[in-house]
Ligand binder design. Structure first.
Ligand code: ATP
Ligand code: MG
Length: 416
């Protein structure tokens, strides 16, 4: 039997309902915060991710799905959206339009060891805000992420924030931890040995070394932020306080990617089911990325949700709105085609409607009806067609009424 690939999911049944519920909730929040939808390609030139994300990040080193296509192009399936959205922003000269606020929703691909909440194809939903460097913009996206998760019914959340400073602060800090780690060079993992020269900050983010005491005791970025970076971070926190978003400062939070500056954050859930894969949203400011990808120097800030991780949480919490009830089921026992027209009219008037085309006997059709549990059941047989009426049964009260065909829509409008 053919089976799905390792680390991929079929989402159906209750999961399908929850997944769409998450997507719809995100859509309505994005509307509330005035974000524009952007859809970018699933695959891009490999070079985009190498340049955008840095060649020594975990994601680009080991996790990307790279291939050479039939035209000998080096292609990569997107492991995240930011690089692609920035490429699009530059290529389409969207910067001429002033501040842009985009949101996206779609698959991302990483060759990881699959486990609960860690997949090879997963869904990211997130935002990118271009053209504004202001602490309130950072606080706004953190609050947006937090409010979406809260409104989905996830309350057990921790917002972790930190500042990794502007380029100047980061350079000073980089030099300090380079010095610090030199003494422990032999104790670093092989990847971190390489990182020490190229980008020592990433050692703090390493899945292995970050657990170890000499890394935990390393100098903290906080002590290396210049005045402007400290002021910026203070203002982010003040803005979060103003709107009552709870947060904790996490000194060791650095995020793995090259392009982050100043604010970085993660939203973590403490629910057991997610195990180590408990970060449901992550993001930060990236004032250097757009110029790094040959665009005009433009500040940016964004975050991404892991939608399947949210799905696991909502399923566990049983926190979702079930699918809307079916308005009408039409039982058709007439050959004339009249019922087929009625169904079309009903759907055209906005009533959800189902019927049965398989020609099951009456008893078996009722089984289908019971399972679907519609609000109303319409019976259309020869008598009804001849008499110009439809038998309408209220499925809750079991009351039956004969309604003139021409008055059916009005009748349902009044009663539903
Ligand atoms: P992690 O530390 O869990 O590996 P990350 O730092 O690699 O996460 P980001 O690159 O910041 O993750 O991606 C943003 C969000 O996308 C994560 O917070 C998470 O919710 C989700 N995510 C990342 N990788 C996966 C994956 N393999 N499967 C499912 N969701 C993922
Ligand atoms: Mg990862």
């Amino acid at each position: 039997m053919l089976q799905k690939q390792k680390g991929t999911l079929d989402i159906y049944g209750t999961d399908g309902i929850i997944y769409k519920y998450i997507e719809n909730t995100i859509d309505s929040f994005m509307n509330l915060y005035n974000y524009e939808y952007i859809k970018v390609p699933t695959f891009e030139a490999t070079e985009l991710f190498y340049r955008g994300m840095g060649e020594t990040t975990d994601v680009v080193n080991k996790e990307t799905y790279d291939f050479v296509d039939k035209g000998d192009r080096k292609i990569t399936l997107r492991p995240e959206f930011t690089a692609g959205v920035v490429r699009s922003y530059i290529e389409n000269k969207l910067y001429v339009e002033g501040i842009k606020k985009y949101y996206y929703f779609g698959s991302a691909f990483r060759y990881e060891r699959p486990q609960n909440g860690r997949l090879r194809e997963f869904t990211q939903a997130g935002v990118e805000v271009f053209g504004v460097r202001n602490p309130k913009a950072d606080a706004e996206i953190i609050s947006l992420a937090y409010n979406i998760l809260s409104s989905l019914g996830i309350t057990d959340l921790v917002v972790k924030i930190n500042s990794i400073g502007d380029s100047e602060s980061r350079n000073n800090y980089s030099n300090a931890i380079k010095d610090y780690f030199k003494n422990d060079y032999d104790n670093l993992c092989d990847i971190c040995k390489e990182r020490l020269d190229k980008n020592p900050l990433r050692i703090l983010d390493c899945k292995y070394d970050s657990e170890r005491d000499f890394v935990k005791n390393a100098p903290k970025i906080k002590d290396y932020l210049n005045e402007e970076s400290i002021k910026y971070f203070d203002e982010v926190k003040e803005a979060l306080d103003l709107i009552g978003i709870p947060y904790v400062e996490e000194e060791t939070l650095v995020r793995g990617l090259d392009y982050y500056t100043d604010t970085v954050f993660e939203i973590v859930s403490n629910i057991e089911e997610l195990g180590k894969a408990n970060t449901v949203a992550a993001g930060g400011r990236y004032d250097n990325l757009i110029s790094l990808l040959d665009g005009p120097s433009t500040p940016g800030v964004g975050f991404a949700f892991g939608v399947e991780r949210i799905l696991i949480l909502l399923k566990e919490l049983e926190s979702y709105i079930p699918k809307d009830k079916l308005d009408v089921f039409v039982i058709n026992m007439d050959e004339s085609g009249f019922a087929f027209q009625v169904i079309d009219d009903l759907r055209g008037s906005g009533f959800s409607c189902e019927t049965d085309y398989t020609g099951k006997n009456f008893k078996n059709i009722w089984k289908v009806v019971d399972k679907l549990d519609p609000s109303y059941i319409l019976i259309i047989g020869e008598d009804e067609v001849k008499g110009g009426y439809i038998t309408v049964k209220n499925n809750a009260t079991k009351e039956e009424t004969k309604v003139k065909s021409s008055e059916l829509i009005d009748y349902l409008d009044m009663n539903l």
